[in-house]
Design a protein around this ligand. Structure first.
Ligand code: DGY
Length: 337
C-alpha cells in the first residue's frame, strides 16, 4: 500500500553564515542545528557581498575582521547574532548592534595563556635579536664569532611595562615576575584590586612613568577610538633608547610610521609587532628596518587554542539561537520583532 505523502511541514531551521574557512568540525557542529552557508574556499568578500550572504541569516560565525555596522544591519533584518571567534571585537559597532537587536559575542579566556606565551616569544625574539641574527646567518654572512655580535638587551631582571592589564596582560605579568624575575609596571584604564596586583607582582603607574621606566613595553589593550595611537612620536620620545616595544594588541594602537622612524634613528632599540595599522598591509618603512621582528597576527595561533576559540563561537550561536542565552555576550540587544 502506498502511504500518502505527509503534508505537515517541518519547522524551518535557522540559517547561519560562516564568513571564512574554518575547521570542518565547526561546520558539522553547526549543521546539527542550522542550515549552514560556508566559505571553505576562504573567498574575501567585499562589504556588499558580505551583506548579500548575510541576508536571510539568523546568525554569523565571524573571525574578527568582518565589519558589522548600522548600514549592514539595516540590510539584514533577520540577523540576530554575530559570533566572533576572537577575543577582540573592534569589528563590531556594538551600539548599532544593540539598537538593531543583534547580539555580539566574542571568545575570551580560551586564548589567554597562548597569547601571553606569544607575547613573551616576541619579547625574547626582539630583545635578543633572534630573527635579525637568523637572517644574517641565512645570508651566509656568519664567518666568525665576535664579542659584540648581535648583543641584545637583558630580559631577566629587567623592567617590563604592560599597557592594558586585562586577562592577557595579567598572564604576561605572571610570566615576567615569576619566570624571569622582572619588575612589572602596568598602566590600565582602571587600577586592579590589591589582591590581583599581588598575584601578578605588578605595580600601577601612570603612562608617562611606565614609558620612562620600562626596559620593555608590551601593549595588550583592546582597540577603541580612545586607544588609537596610544604609542606615537611623543610616547616613543619618552622611552629609553635601549627599550623595546612589543605590540600584540591591535593595529592602530601604535602609529606605525612614527615607530619606523624611531627604529631607523635608534630612538628606541627594537620592536616586535604581531599587529599592524591596515593589516594585512604592513607599513613599507617597517619592512626596511632591521631592528623589528614582524609576525602576521599569530599570537593566538596554536591548533588547540584556535579550536577552542572556534568552539566557543559555535556554542554562542547554538546557545543563543536554540536556547535564547549566549555564553559570552557583549551587549544586551532589544529582541528583534
Ligand atoms: C583576538 O582574538 O582578538 C586575536 O587578535 C585573534 O587572534
Amino acid at each position: 500500500m502506498i502511504h500518502p505523502t505527509s503534508t505537515t511541514a517541518l519547522p524551518a531551521r535557522p540559517s547561519v553564515l560562516v564568513t571564512r574557512a574554518i575547521f570542518p568540525e565547526v561546520l558539522s557542529q553547526l549543521r546539527v542545528h542550522f542550515e549552514v552557508d560556508a566559505n571553505q574556499d576562504d573567498v574575501l568578500w567585499s562589504p556588499q557581498e558580505l551583506v548579500q550572504r548575510l541576508q536571510g541569516k539568523a546568525g554569523a560565525f565571524m573571525t574578527g575582521t568582518e565589519k558589522v555596522h548600522a548600514d549592514l544591519l539595516a540590510q539584514c533584518p533577520e540577523l540576530r547574532i554575530c559570533a566572533n571567534m576572537t577575543v577582540g571585537y573592534n569589528n563590531f559597532d556594538l551600539p548599532a548592534m544593540t539598537a538593531a537587536g543583534v547580539l555580539g559575542t566574542n571568545a575570551p579566556d580560551v586564548l589567554t595563556e597562548t597569547t601571553a606565551d606569544f607575547g613573551f616569544a616576541l619579547l625574547l625574539a626582539t630583545a635578543r635579536r633572534v630573527t635579525e641574527s637568523e637572517h644574517f646567518l641565512r645570508a651566509g654572512q656568519w664567518n666568525r664569532w665576535r664579542y659584540d655580535m648581535f648583543a641584545g638587551a637583558e630580559v631577566h631582571g629587567s623592567t617590563l611595562g604592560i599597557i592594558g592589564m586585562g586577562r592577557i596582560g595579567q598572564a604576561i605579568a605572571k610570566r615576567a615576575a615569576f619566570g624571569f624575575g622582572m619588575q612589572v609596571l602596568y598602566h590600565n584604564r582602571s587600577r586592579l584590586d590589591v589582591a590581583t596586583e599581588a598575584q601578578c607582582q605588578a605595580r600601577y603607574v601612570d603612562k608617562d612613568t611606565l614609558l620612562r621606566g620600562a626596559d620593555h613595553v608590551m601593549l595588550v589593550l583592546p582597540y577603541s577610538p580612545q586607544a588609537h595611537h596610544t604609542i606615537a612620536a611623543p610616547e616613543l620620545a619618552r622611552m629609553k633608547p635601549t627599550a623595546t616595544l612589543i605590540n600584540i594588541a591591535r593595529g592602530g594602537i601604535v602609529d606605525d610610521a612614527a615607530l619606523a622612524q624611531a627604529l631607523r634613528t635608534r630612538q628606541i632599540a627594537a620592536a616586535g609587532l604581531d599587529v599592524f595599522e591596515g593589516e594585512p598591509a604592513v607599513h613599507p618603512d617597517l619592512l626596511s628596518v632591521a631592528n623589528v621582528v614582524l609576525t602576521p597576527h599569530i599570537a593566538s595561533a596554536t591548533d588547540g587554542t584556535r579550536r577552542a576559540m572556534a568552539s566557543l563561537a559555535v556554542n554562542n550561536l547554538v546557545d543563543y539561537l536554540v536556547h535564547g542565552r549566549a555564553r559570552t555576550p557583549l551587549n544586551q540587544p532589544v529582541a528583534r520583532a
